[in-house]
Design a protein around this ligand. Sequence first.
Ligand code: N01
Length: 582
Amino acid sequence: MSQDQQSSTERNPEIDTDFDAVVVGAGFAGMYMLHCLRKLGLSARVYEAGGDVGGTWYWNRYPGARVDLESMQYSYSFSEELDQEWQWTEKYAPQPEILAYANHVADRFDLRPDIHFDTKVTTTAFNETTNRWSVETDRGDRVTAKYCVMAVGCLSAANKPAFEGLDDFDGAVYHTGEWPHEGVDFTGKRVGVIGTGSSAIQAVPMIAQQASQLTVFQRTATYAVPAWNEKLDPEFERSVKADYPAFRAKMRARPTGVYFPFNVEPALESTHEERIAQYEESWARGGLPFLGAYGDLLFDKAANDTAADFARNKIRGIVKDPAIADMLCPENIFGCKRLCVDSGYYETFNEPHVKLVDVSKKPIERFTKKGIVTDGAEYEFDAVVCATGFDAMTGSYDKIHITGRNGLTLAEKWVAGPRTYLGLSTVGFPNLFLVTGPGSPSVLANMLPSIEQHVDWMMDCIAHIEDIGADSIEPKLAYEDDWVEHVNEVSQVSLRSTCSSWYVGTNIAGRPRVFMPYIGGFPIYVQRCNQVMTSGYTGFDIEGGADSDTTPKIRWTEKWHVELDMEVMTPAMIAAGKIPII
Ligand code: N01
C-alpha cells in the first residue's frame, strides 16, 4: 500500500537513535541507496519531505508531465527480474506511470518500513569527536549516523519568483513542480502560464484543452522538437528484454547514458540540401536525439546556426499567424538551454483562445487582485501557473543547514559556486555523499544510470571503509580544486556554457554563474570514478582503520566498467574535449 493511501502519518519522533546511514530523499536515488545499504547489512533511515516515494515524479504532477527520454532506457538496471516484469505502455512514459513504477519498486523491495515520509531534514552536522552526523527533522527526530547521503535531486527546489502583489491575487496560483495531488480542473477558466521551459511546453497544450482563455507569458522563446509519442511497440520491447543487459551496456557507453542514432560528422561538411535531409530525418525521429543530427552542433556556432534556422522554419511552418510565429522563434543557440520535447506546443498558438505575451523587454510588473500587469496592460485570470523552474543543483542543499568541520556550512562553502570532488563528496564534510551532486554528469545524462552509478560507487566505498574499520573518508583539497577546474574547463568547450540557463544558475537572482554539471561525458566520468577506486581512493583521505593499504574490493561498480563508444567518441573528439553531449 502506498503511503498516500495510508490513513495517517502520525508517528513519534526518533530521539538519539543511531544508524549506519541516514539518507535524505526517497526519489529514485534514495530508494536505490536504501536497497543497497540493506544488502550491505547496514541500518538506514530515509527521510522524505513528500508523502510517498518518487521524488521528481511525486511532485511534478502537472498536466502533460512525462519523461523526455525513451521509457525503456529510463529505469533501474540493478534487477533483471524488475526489468523483465515491468511494462511501459508508451514510448515516453507519462508521470503517473513513472510514479507507479517507483511505487512498484518500493513494494517489490519492501522499502517503505525504513522511510519516514512527510518529514523534512532541517539540519545535519558533523561531530568531529565522534565522527558521526547528527540529523534533525521538522518532525522532531534527532538521530545520528556514520554516513549521511544526500539524495535530494537536482531539480527539486521550486523557483518561485517573488512577484509583487502575488498575495493580492484572488485566483489560484500553482507551481508545476508542486502540483496538487487531486489535479486541477481548468474547465472554463481564464488561465495564465508564466514560463516557456520544458514544464510549460508540456503543460500548455493540455491546459489549453480545458481553459476558456489561456495566456502564456514568454521571457525567452524555446526550441522544442516533437516527441512523436506513441504506444510502446511490443516488438521493440521484446527485443530489448531479450537481452536488457546488452542494451544497458550500449546506453552506458554513450556520453549521455542514452542510446540513439548519432551522426558524428560536422554539419558544415554537408551541403545545404544534405543538411536539410539530415535534419528532416532527425525531426521525424523526434526528441532530444535531434541534437545528434551532427556531431558539432553544441561546439560550433556556425554549425548550430544551421540547426537553429531549421527549427525556426519548422515553427513558422506550424504557427499560422506570422507575428506570433516570429515571437515564438528563439534567437539564442539551439539546445543551449535544455532542449524541449513537445507534443503540440507550437500548434496550441493557432487556437483562437490562446494568447502569447512577450515579457522579454517589459517584465511582469506585478500581480493585482484580478491578474497580472505587464507593459501597462492588465490580464485577468482565474488561475496562474508558474512554470518557472527550479533552483537547480544546489537549491535542494540550501534548504538544509549542513555543517561540516570547523562549523563551516555547505552554503558558506559553496557561496561562489558548488565545489566537489567528482560531484560525489566535498572537502570538510567527511562521510557525506552527494548522489548526482554538482560536478557529476547528473542532469546532462540519463538520470537513472547517473544515480545507479553514483550509488554503486558509494556502496563500494562504504563497504571498503567498513572492511578496514575506518572512521571516515573525505576528499583532499588539491584534488577537489583540480576537479572543479576541470569541470569548468570542459564546460568552456561547449556552447552550452555561453547562455543563461539553470545549468549555470543564472535563473536565480544572486547565484554565481558557474556551469554546475560535468559535461565531459558519462563513460569518461565513470572511468575516472573507477580509477579513483581501483587505485585505492586516490584524492581521498581515509581516517582510522587497521589497514588502509587493503586493496579495495570492487563489488557494486563492476558493471560500470564499460568501453567508450568509439562510434560516437572518436579519439580526436576526446582529445579536444568535444564529447557530444545532448
Ligand atoms: O524550468 P525552466 P522547467 N518572469 O527553468 C521562465 C527538467 N524537466 O520547469 O528562460 C517570466 O527550464 C523562464 O524564462 P527564462 C528539464 O531538465 C524535464 O520548465 O529564464 N518568466 C523559463 O521560460 C528542464 O530543463 C521534463 O527567460 C520567468 C521558465 O520560466 C528542467 O526540468 C519536464 C520568470 C522556466 O523554465 C526545468 O524545466 C519538465 C519570470 N520572473 C522539466 N522566471 C521532461 O520532459 C522564470 N521564468 C522530463
